[in-house]
Design a protein. Structure first.
Length: 413
């Protein structure tokens, strides 16, 4: 058994860990049927953070597993043993010999490998004509196979955690957008009694690039409380505006309401009630509503055609539709597009399509083609209603500006 002296206590701990790893290795019967070494490595790497295994140790295990062959993991007379020298591992991982020795000790302590040393302490091995290991001394990786179920369970749990993180990230994004919408509406209507711009700034601030689950839960609670506060302030501002004398100057015009619950309604409830109370086109004897445009626009095309929107994204390379919509809203504010035009676009085109429209407006505004961004967006809404708005040709045209095609060479006859 290999003994590495690194302080008296560490020798004892290493010996105990080596004994435990040997017990694991003795119970090795091969990987379960249908499980490959690639699958084992994948589950191990996904489970590693939950086991407190650092990246350097993960890279060591990855390097060792990769030099084995699939037949080494089938059990019986076959065992997954790797025998690279410390110098070879140092070159592979770009680490010093001392660091490699520390990683090996850590792998033994973590119960990931069992050291099978030769009499002279050297690592070596050779394979037969069919590739099977005939004799080998080095890293016995069978403890990894024995722990397959553990790694698979932890990887699945991490997958659930990641799904919850994605859900919370979307939820936080929705709350932040709602805060900005409520505050923008309050500013538009002249409501007093709250720092609307301050709340918009808080809701538009940068989030951590890779927040933990606990951080996201805290952010959801924080922004949820802020949304509740701006909602109450909006309700109070509406109540005060409606109670002002009819002849009062500088009062924003408000439509009278007969809803007895109007003064206690939140902003979202009031907004939904207004939308629901609008007469439909069928009720007025007009043509039925227009059919939504079914044009499919890939987000990758938008990001390639409109690089101007990248400045409003944290990481354009990994952006999703939620982040793109938020970026489009920020761009709309920059362009001076008021809240009513933004709402009209979303109601007319849908959330994603309206955001694409804003991105194209941003590109044309930057190039000097558009002077009034809000007016241009409203014109796009009108074309959408008549079925004449086609975003794909516009995007391909914008893409051509940044990535012009090379002229085809004429073939010689």
């Amino acid at each position: 058994m290999q003994t590495v002296h690194d302080g008296t206590g560490d020798v004892r701990r290493l010996a105990d860990a080596q004994w435990a790893a040997a017990r694991l290795a003795q119970s090795y019967e091969g990987l379960p049927e249908g499980v490959s070494k690639a699958m084992l490595l994948d589950r191990f790497e996904r489970a590693a953070p939950r086991l407190g295994i650092r990246d350097g140790l993960v890279r060591l295990v990855r390097a060792l597993v990769r030099v084995t062959q699939e037949q080494d993991w089938t059990g019986g007379v076959h065992r997954p043993i790797a025998w690279p020298s410390n110098d070879m591992l140092g070159e592979e991982l770009q680490r010093s010999r001392t660091v490699i020795q520390g990683l090996i000790r850590a792998a033994v302590k973590a119960g990931l490998v069992h050291m099978r040393d030769s009499g002279n302490g050297k690592r070596y091995g050779y394979r037969g004509e069919r590739g099977e290991v005939v004799e080998a001394f080095g890293f016995d990786l069978s403890p990894l196979a024995v722990r397959w179920d553990e790694f698979a369970d932890l990887a699945a749990a991490r997958g659930i955690e990641n799904a919850e993180r994605r859900r919370l990230r979307r939820k936080v994004g929705e709350i932040r957008r709602e805060i900005r919408t409520v505050c923008a509406d309050a500013l538009e209507q002249g409501f007093k009694g709250h720092d609307w711009e301050g709340s918009i700034s808080k809701a538009a601030g940068r989030l951590p690039r890779s927040p933990s689950l606990a951080e996201l839960m805290a952010l959801e609670s924080e922004f949820g409380a802020l949304l509740a506060a701006v909602d109450r302030a909006w309700m109070e501002g509406r109540r005060l505006n409606e109670s002002e004398p009819t002849g009062s100057e500088n009062r924003a015009h408000k439509e009278p309401t007969t809803d007895p619950k109007a003064e206690t309604a939140t902003y979202p409830a009031w907004r939904d009630a207004v939308v629901a109370g609008r007469p439909s086109q069928d009720d007025e004897g007009l043509d039925p509503p227009f059919k939504p445009n079914e044009e499919v626009v890939p987000l990758s095309l938008v990001l390639e055609a409109v690089p101007e929107i990248h400045a409003h994204l944290e990481d354009p390379g990994s952006a999703d539709w939620e982040e793109f919509v938020e970026a489009a809203y920020k761009a709309a504010l920059l362009l001076g597009i008021n809240l009513s035009a933004w709402r009209e676009a979303r109601e007319t085109m849908g959330r994603n399509r309206a955001s694409i429209a804003v991105a194209t407006v941003l590109a044309r505004w930057r190039s000097g083609e558009v002077k009034s961004a809000g007016g241009y967006l409203r014109a796009m809404c009108e074309r959408e209603r008549t079925g004449d708005l086609h975003l794909l040709p516009s995007l391909y045209g914008l893409k051509e500006r940044h990535h012009p095609r090379r002229p085809r060479e004429r073939r010689s006859t």
